[in-house]
Design a protein around this ligand. Structure first.
Ligand SMILES: [Zn+2]
Length: 250
């Protein structure tokens, strides 16, 4: 039997029997963990407040054979705006689904953990810009970041012989010539490509001061949705929750 602890965000809590929950956690120390939390759905459970989706909590576990078991959980931080706002709940669900989908069990990724926590803290800012910054950073941190500096195929600067495009299959930007070889390539304005580079760099809060215009936002949303779906192998399920979101533009 092994005891261990971790600070983690609850990505998912699935019902198991009446009062138990199987949790998917993303932890600072161990990456993604699937664990069993016995009795945590009971109103009297002391763990209850700390094992809800999107809470950041400190967990103490015991591992014997199968799933590790949560012995104790202490709430460190919760994000009240997520519970109070259906749009922000949708956005948080999207972030959690991407972290779950782009990571494997027990592979620590501290930078991704900090990206997730910081994004949950500022969810109610410009959600459209935050969602794009989250997507591009998550892809980079998990090894799927698109090459944006030059044409991924011929290594020449893009935009010289025609409008640039981005191909998820090629793994980044392609010039007007090389684009012909990639049927999934989506044309972008040079401004959108530049915005995509800036969204992936520097302090996340500073990035939220960027103000892309509506056509750029639409292009960013379309190309990132396509890139995320390509690497995930499917459309994210929680995108449905985001569909009706007018206010957040996510
Ligand atoms: Zn090229």
């Amino acid at each position: 039997m092994k005891f261990f602890r971790a600070e983690a965000v609850v990505l998912k809590a699935r019902e198991h029997k009446e009062a138990d929950r199987i949790l998917t956690l993303f932890s600072l120390e161990h990456g993604k963990l699937r664990v069993m939390s016995y009795g945590s759905a009971r109103p009297s459970s002391r763990k209850r407040g700390a094992v809800q989706p999107f809470c950041r909590s400190r967990f103490f576990f015991t591992r014997s054979r199968d799933l590790a078991r949560v012995d104790q959980a202490e709430l460190l931080e919760f994000f009240p705006q997520i519970a109070a706002d259906v749009d922000l709940f949708g956005l948080a669900s999207y972030f959690a689904e991407l972290v779950d989908g782009f990571t494997v069990d027990e592979a620590p990724n501290r930078a991704l953990y900090h990206l997730l926590v910081e994004s949950l803290r500022i969810l109610d800012r410009d959600s459209g810009v935050l969602a794009r910054a989250f997507e591009i950073r998550l892809l980079s941190l998990t090894g799927f970041g698109p090459e944006l500096a030059c044409c991924v195929s011929c290594r020449q600067p893009v935009g010289l012989t025609g409008p640039p495009a981005l191909s998820p299959k090629a793994g980044g930007a392609v010039c007007a010539e090389c684009r012909k070889g990639y049927t999934d390539a989506l044309g972008l304005s040079a401004g959108t490509l530049q915005m995509l580079r800036r969204l992936g760099e520097g302090d996340l809060r500073r990035v939220l001061t960027l103000r892309p215009n509506p056509p750029t936002r639409r292009e960013l949303k379309q190309i990132m949705a396509r890139t995320v779906a390509f690497h995930l192998g499917r459309m994210p399920r929680s995108l449905g929750l985001l569909e009706g979101l007018q206010r957040t533009d996510a």
